[in-house]
Each structure stands twice: as C-alpha cells, then as structure tokens.
Ligand binder design. Sequence first.
Ligand code: HEC
Ligand code: HEC
Ligand code: HEC
Ligand code: HEC
Length: 251
Amino acid sequence: MFRTPGPVLVLVVAIAAIPAPRAQSQQSTPQEKAATRNIDASKGYGTHFQTSDQCFACHNGITTPTGEDISIGINWRTSMMANAGRDPYWMAGVRRETVDHPTASRLIQDECSICHMPMMRYEARLAGGAGEAFAHLPPDPARLGDRLADDGVSCSVCHQITEQNLGKRESFVGGFKIDEKTAPGERRIYGPFETDKGHTTIMKSSSTFQPVEGKQVRSSELCATCHTLLTQALDEQGRVIGELPEQVPRW
Ligand code: HEC
Ligand code: HEC
Ligand code: HEC
Ligand code: HEC
C-alpha cells in the first residue's frame, strides 16, 4: 500500500488531538477491564519503563536559531509509533480477530499488543501475565497499566533495547530484550553518543535512568524487531496451524 506523507500526518494529528467518542468495538467490556487489576498490582510491575512525559521535561522545546522546533518530543508525539496503542484502525483489527476467533481472544490480544502497546505488554509478561488490549481501553490516567499501554512505542522502549538478540530470529515479532534485572535507579538508557559525567548526573537525578552509549540504537536490527511480523494462522478452534510473513521490510 502506498501512502503520501500529507494524509498520514493529518490522520495522526487528529488521533492525538481529538478525544473522539470510541466505537463499541474499541471499548472494553467490564470483564476485560477487571482482568488486569491483579497484574497491575504485582511487585515490580511498571518499574522497567517510564512514560514519555518523564522525558519531555528535558528533551523538548529545542529550537533552531530561526525558531524552528526540532525537538524529539514533538517529532515523536505526532508519529504513528507514539499513537500505536491509540490507533483506532489497530483496535478495530484486534477486535475483528477476537470476534472471528473468540476462544483465542487472550492469545490474540497478547500477540497484537507486543509491538503496539510494548511497555504494558513487557511488564505484564515480566509479572507473569499476558498483554491485554481492551482492558486498557479507554485509558484511565489513574492506572499505570493504562498509561503504559496508551504511550505506545515510547522513548524508554527503543532506548532500552539491548543488543542481546538483535538480528536473530528470536528478536523478530517484537522479541527484543531489555535489561530485566537492574533495579530502578540504576537502569540505563542507550543513546548513539557517549554522555559526559555532568549530563549523566542531570538526567539520572531526575529521570532515574542514566544515558550510556549503545551502538545498537543506530542499527536497523533494532527497528526490525517490531517491523518483522510473522503472523500465526489460527483454525476455527483458535489453534495455531501455521505461520506467514505478514510484514517483512527489506533494508
Ligand atoms: C511484530 C510487531 C507487530 C505485531 C505483533 C503486530 N503489529 Fe500491527 N503493526 C506493526 C507495524 C510495524 C505496523 C506499521 C506497518 C507499516 O505501515 O509499515 C503495524 C500496523 C498495523 C495496522 C495499520 C495501522 C494504520 O493505522 O495504518 C493495523 C490495523 C495493525 N497493525 C493491526 C495489528 C493486529 C490486529 C495485530 C495482532 C494480530 C498486530 N497488528 C500485531 C507491528 C506489529
Ligand atoms: C522507534 C524508536 C525510538 C523511539 C520511540 C524514540 N527514539 Fe530516540 N532515538 C532513536 C534512534 C534510532 C536514535 C539515533 C538516531 C541517530 O543517531 O541517527 C535516537 C536518538 C535519540 C537521542 C540522541 C539524539 C541526538 O542526536 O543527540 C535522544 C536524546 C533521544 N533519542 C531521546 C528520545 C526521546 C526523549 C524519545 C521520546 C519522546 C525518543 N527518543 C523516542 C530511536 C527512538
Ligand atoms: C533532567 C533532564 C532529563 C530528563 C528528565 C531526561 N533526560 Fe535524557 N538526557 C539529559 C541530558 C542533559 C543528556 C545529555 C546531553 C545529551 O546528550 O543530549 C541526556 C541524554 C540522553 C540520551 C543520550 C543522547 C546521546 O547523545 O546519546 C538519551 C537517549 C536520553 N537522554 C533519553 C531520555 C529518555 C528516554 C528519558 C525519559 C525516560 C530522558 N532522557 C529523561 C537530560 C534528561
Ligand atoms: C517496539 C516496537 C517497535 C520498534 C522497536 C520500532 N517500531 Fe516502528 N512501528 C511500530 C508499530 C507498532 C507501528 C505502527 C503503529 C500504528 O500504525 O498503529 C510502527 C510504525 C512505524 C512507522 C510508520 C509506518 C507508516 O506506514 O506510516 C515508521 C516510519 C516506523 N515505525 C519506523 C521505525 C524505525 C525507523 C524504527 C527503528 C529506529 C522503528 N520503527 C522501531 C513498532 C515499532
């Protein structure tokens, strides 16, 4: 499918700015909403990532001498990836799959949230649960799981991906690995450059993350982890019967 940049930008801005009433298919049922409460309360849940508002404070408002805003914050906020968990087209796609395969609803929501709601899904998995899409819709700002889901492919996703399995088959379909062991306060954010001690302290004291150089940030394998989608085909009972490469870009 070919898209021109114009309409895509308009669509993204519209998604970001208008709190449009959501179609029934994009709302959670009371059962779906109740389902994640236990996972949210697990020890350590939500300590591996931070939402983008925690990064904006410093990495925003950067302008050129002529006043042009070149901030990462603005570029990211209006991107498809920032809105990956808010995208009504995606939500409708997930709902459609669960209607076609009701017995596989849990599996489908887990699968579809790997790349579209990566922070929520990664935390849910670490806490022994699974990714859930509709339980987080519409997002309730008071719930951490909803905030993580709503923040899409956020800063602390890409910037925490380690080189551990990049380029390998297991890194595809969102199989990237972050450091799962280091405690909050000692966690790292990988960037393309080395950061001096003073700046490292500034960022660490406020965001709790310390920026360190990580060459993997600039590698195409980092993007390929989510941009290589091999889809599992399900039969009428919701059993996996095969795998097909749905989206495999060539670099
Ligand atoms: C491996 C990561 C990954 C998984 C898993 C995944 N997606 Fe996506 N999805 C993407 C990427 C990347 C794009 C953007 C593709 C592009 O335009 O190049 C996308 C785009 C989409 C779009 C188009 C959105 C738009 O506004 O144009 C829909 C719909 C969608 N995905 C639905 C789903 C559904 C339904 C599932 C679960 C069955 C799913 N996705 C699972 C990565 C993923
Ligand atoms: C889809 C993955 C992805 C997301 C999401 C993302 N980044 Fe990045 N970021 C990168 C990559 C890749 C680079 C390296 C670009 C280069 O060197 O050409 C980078 C570079 C940077 C740099 C260094 C830029 C420089 O030139 O000094 C900073 C700071 C940064 N990102 C902060 C952020 C913040 C803050 C957010 C969220 C608002 C964010 N990033 C979201 C992938 C991402
Ligand atoms: C208190 C301010 C502050 C906060 C909050 C903050 N940063 Fe930083 N960050 C800095 C400073 C200062 C630097 C070092 C200067 C530079 O490289 O731009 C830096 C460096 C970085 C780098 C390395 C850039 C490079 O050149 O390689 C990345 C990536 C980054 N930050 C991402 C983030 C992310 C993601 C968040 C949110 C979780 C965040 N920052 C929150 C101030 C902050
Ligand atoms: C954590 C998973 C993840 C990673 C890592 C990731 N992406 Fe994405 N990307 C997505 C998803 C999901 C979408 C689709 C969002 C939607 O349309 O709902 C997307 C969409 C995009 C789009 C918009 C596609 C379109 O058709 O308009 C571009 C461009 C893009 N990504 C580039 C990159 C680049 C470059 C990198 C590496 C620096 C990267 N992505 C890393 C998940 C990811």
